[in-house]
Write a protein that binds this ligand. Sequence first.
Ligand code: NAD
Ligand code: GLY
Length: 364
Amino acid sequence: MKKQRELRVDLGDRSYPIVIGEGLLKQPNLLTPFIFGQQVLVVTNETIAPLYLESIMAGLSSYQVESVVLPDGEKYKNLETLNTIFDTLLSKKHNRTTTLIALGGGVIGDMTGFAAACYQRGVNFIQLPTTLLAQVDSSVGGKTAVNHPMGKNMIGAFYQPQCVIADTGTLNTLDDRQLRAGLAEVIKYGLIADAPFFNWLEENINHLLDRDPEALAYAIERSCENKAKVVSLDEREGGVRAILNLGHTFGHAIETYQSYKDWLHGEAVSVGMVMAAKLSNALGWIPENDVSRTKELLLKCELPVSAPKDMSAEKFLELMSVDKKVLDGSLRLVLLKSIGHAVVTSDFDPNCLNTLLESRVPEG
Ligand code: NAD
Ligand code: GLY
């Protein structure tokens, strides 16, 4: 029997387990303790359905189980697509005891969670994340949302799942670009709160890129541990949780600028983290060497480290001004005091930010 890892997100009566291991989707008994009624709706997309949907449905055949297969892509993470989930729930007469199961990456997880938060004012849901990014980040912590043309994840709710079951075997069908995008969020945990993990990543990044199962399972567990700790302290992002957004203010601006079509979320976050590190260095908070280490690790993952050339400083500032961390009109950013220590602050010289945005040059 393969090793199974289990952690908990501690949130009082809304606490839940995260189970990590290979082959977990073939064990429906892991799901059934978290399904309280007789109805289940599995939400997935057209890429994942042919790979995993049939076996999930077969394992749940003792329930009234339906599925909805959405189009694939960040550009479909919107209210219109969300409505197709509600259409299915209503046409199949799902009631308040139904359970929604998100089978997919962060897009499916965020949309299913938001649908669960809204349907009949809230029904149960379960996260079955199938991308690295979803296994280390989006399935944990209860942020659910859809995008708006004017801003990323602007319509949503905090709504926790009953459990997260991360089958690391699903990563075998994920393409390299998606795996690398997930690694950006893994590296984020090292940067914001876990310097020893950052060191470990520098040593072991090739094992992760080669998809060594032990290395991947360890990185997923360590990432989830970091995330669970922060979420348990600050579920609704009144304070410390915002550090999980390192690189995201810049990254979300890039994604919105590109109408959610070109770069992957993890790729935009990669550039955002380098920009945050550079700004931290310009403010005199971290040495140049920490910026180089950050860039080097991301470059080893073949992730982008500089912003799209055609995106102006003005565009950045305009799009960053709708960031959810803006407070009373003032922009707050997640910046680094060292590798392993992030802070959320509006206390930075705006000239340094302007210089950073004006002085972007292509980098290798
Ligand atoms: P994604 O959901 O678009 O998945 C990436 C691609 O991989 C898709 O084409 C998908 O169909 C495919 N795929 C998924 N699993 C697969 C598998 N096992 N085999 C083959 N193909 C597979 O993208 P993502 O990177 O998982 O998630 C990004 C989204 O997550 C963004 O919308 C972002 O805003 C959101 N996010 C949310 C949080 C949160 O806390 N809620 C955190 C980080 C990111
Ligand atoms: N991905 C950021 C958060 O969950 O808060």
